[in-house]
Design a protein around this ligand. Structure first.
Ligand code: ADP
Ligand code: MG
Length: 632
């Protein structure tokens, strides 16, 4: 080892040089961690807790040869405002002379140089430092000198003192120390004196180390500042609703009660505990796609690793609050590592599935009326829909959660289960219609045919619904079918049975003067014009060419300038308006009012579908109609 070659002895004090990497590390820490200086305390407390834990285990294994076996394991933080010092003490495992030299002079793990490189490129040095076993050195961010006084719990070992100002060297000497354990004394730098303050220390401890499993005391206060047993480590029947809600308030800053809480204690495939909350209401901040401010609190062995770990949940569940704590994670794990870590992915998988299961369970418990769930859906349905578009593996579960209005449900939202349950026996597909708003959808001419057959049509009125429908093709073996879209063969399935002859229809159309005239007037605004039997009350409707519905809407939402998909105009021969137009065409083929009427018919449909480009043109035209009407 390096230090052996460089040690010298003076008054029983030996001087050593740090392993070369450590010096580099210190330089980086000091320069890069300035904004995040407070984490030094998290690191020292985590070391103290480790030492207490190791002492406990050593004692359990064999208490012979161990001193002070009857003490209360604890962490003590003292400070001296005037001197500008902070001392972190524990009565744990301690270190011997040789252990001090190895543990606080070298970096135990290999790959340190790699680590240093990653530090240089990372904005998250704070999360990385503990990962390679270098947490101790973060003391030098705020201290100009660090003194470690330690005594091993092993009978017969002497106390030892380690000192360094973090510039290349450290010294070690024997000391008298009465009690077992370690004191870390930090002589604060001029610009870090603010840390020698009770409230400051207390708030840092609360923030990072509230659930460390040993009491942490500040100054001569009896009462530990940390809570120790986290609420998620208690079994659910030990915790009151009020305590749960209080914790929810802390993590969410939402002062209403949560919609649902999910305490979890999982052993396989990975050990972890979690406490998750689903909010009742959507607040302004929550999960807008702009907000990056989400994520669960991630603890490793009760120590806070990351305040907002985004990788624990898929993005569409960003409204969920709570905490995850795993023994199986390295104590310090960086954000970069979290992203690719296998344990994290496993945890994420379990909790995501669990959240969806719980929602489905709640629904089952609520039975028919679903008052609570529908209220929740109102706030959070769009997240579930987002999930349907993103999470292929859980699409089925998510589809079970989907609620929507239909042509028959009045204003009540129903589920796919219910829709299928209510299907008439001869109905084989799930019918839906995409549109701009519910009012317009309810009056859509597309519905007329299905109303006649007493069949229900799902009305999708939100922009995200088009995205959803691009990703689902069926549910429980039933195919989803948009009712405003041409069949490949242009004949609706239920008409086939009636034995209509397609060819005859086409010939019919070729001869028809009205259709010819209409297609002349509308030109390339439409793909085609033809008669339909599917309308009863409306003179015409616009349908999408086969295969185009949801996709063209999606394009429109993504790009405002995207021109709407050209459609097929379908005309109801039996409608009084059309009959009248036919008459005019016979008598007065060049009537300007005839032309205007055709355009108006077409644009009225566009308006109803929310795809009319220049509504102001229509005003002019309506004025002309009014003038004509008033003349008569
Ligand atoms: P890590 O904790 O990841 O091992 P650190 O740099 O934080 O890395 O600490 C280095 C080593 O110093 C620890 O592994 C431990 O052996 C020793 N050490 C640090 N603090 C204490 C303490 N309070 N009591 C006993 N040993 C300690
Ligand atoms: Mg450590």
């Amino acid at each position: 080892m390096d230090q052996e070659t460089s040690s010298s002895s003076l008054n029983g004090q030996e001087t050593f040089e740090f392993q070369a990497e450590i010096q580099k590390l210190l330089d980086i820490l000091i320069n890069r961690l300035y904004k995040n200086r407070e984490i030094f305390l998290r690191e020292l407390i985590s070391n103290a807790a480790d030492a207490l834990h190791r002492a406990r285990i050593a004692q359990l294994e064999n208490s012979e040869g161990i001193i002070e076996t009857d003490i209360e394991p604890a962490i003590q933080i003292s400070f001296d405002e005037e001197e500008g010092t902070i001392t972190v003490s524990d009565n744990g495992y301690g270190m011997s002379h040789d252990e001090v030299i190895t543990n606080l002079g070298t970096i135990a793990q290999s790959g340190t140089l790699e680590f240093l490189e990653s530090l240089n490129n990372s904005s998250e040095v704070g999360n990385l430092i503990g990962q390679f076993g270098v947490g101790f050195y973060s003391s030098f961010i705020i201290a100009s000198e660090v003194v470690v006084r330690s005594r091993s719990l092993k009978n017969g070992t002497r106390g030892v003192e380690w000192r360094s100002s973090g510039s290349g060297k450290f010294s070690v000497s024997y000391i008298e120390k009465e009690n077992r354990g370690t004191d870390i004394i930090l002589h604060l730098k001029e610009d870090a004196k603010e840390f020698a303050n009770k409230y400051k220390l207390e708030s840092i401890i609360k923030k990072y180390s509230d659930f460390v499993g040993f009491p942490i005391r500040i100054g001569d206060e009896e009462k530990p500042v940390n809570r120790q047993t986290p609420i998620w480590h208690q079994s659910a029947d030990e915790v009151t609703d009020e305590e749960y809600n209080e914790y929810y308030r802390q993590v969410s800053m939402d002062f209403t009660e949560p919609f649902h809480r999910i305490p979890l204690n999982v052993d396989a495939p990975i050990q972890f505990r979690a406490l998750l909350f689903l909010p009742n209401q959507r607040n302004r901040m929550m999960g807008t796609s702009m907000s990056q401010d989400y994520g669960l609190r991630l603890y490793s062995k009760k120590i806070l690793v990351q305040e907002k770990a985004k990788d624990l949940l898929p993005e569409y569940l960003r409204f969920v609050f709570g905490v995850v704590d795993s023994e199986d994670l390295p104590l310090n794990i960086s954000r970069e590592v979290i992203q690719v870590d296998r344990s994290i992915r496993r945890i994420s998988k379990v909790i995501t599935g669990k959240i969806l299961d719980e929602l489905n369970k709640l629904i089952e418990e609520e039975k028919e009326d679903e008052i609570k769930y529908l209220e929740w859906w109102n706030h959070f349905g769009s997240f579930i829909k987002e999930g349907i578009t993103q999470d292929e593996k859980r699409r089925k579960k998510l589809l079970k959660l989907l609620r929507f209005p239909t042509s028959k449900s009045e204003d009540k939202f129903i589920s796919l289960e219910k829709y299928i349950e209510q299907m008439p026996e001869d109905q084989e597909e799930i019918y839906y219609l995409l549109g701009e708003n519910l009012q317009a959808l309810k009056r859509s001419p597309h519905l007329e045919y299905y109303e006649k057959l007493n069949q229900e049509v799902i009305l999708f009125a939100e922009p995200i619904d088009s995205f959803v429908m691009m990703h689902v093709s069926d549910y429980k073996d039933k195919h989803f079918k948009p009712i405003d879209q041409a069949e490949d063969d242009a004949v609706p399935p239920s008409d086939k049975e009636e034995g209509k002859d397609e060819k005859e229809d086409k010939e019919d159309k070729e001869k028809d003067a009205l259709l010819t005239k209409m297609s002349e007037i509308l030109g390339d605004k439409i793909v085609d014009v033809r008669y339909t039997e599917l309308l009863t009350d409306s003179p015409c409707r616009l349908i999408n060419p086969a295969g185009m519905g949801a996709f063209s809407r999606v394009l429109k939402y993504m790009d405002e300038d995207h021109l709407p998909q050209k459609k097929i105009l379908e005309v109801n021969k039996e409608h009084p308006l059309i009959i009248q137009l036919n008459k005019i065409l016979e008598k007065e083929p060049n009537s300007p009012l005839f032309n205007l009427s055709i355009v108006q018919l077409f644009e009225s449909q566009q308006l109803a579908e929310g795809i009319l480009q220049n509504p102001t043109d229509m005003i002019q035209r309506i004025n002309t109609f009014m003038k004509e009407a008033l003349k008569k």
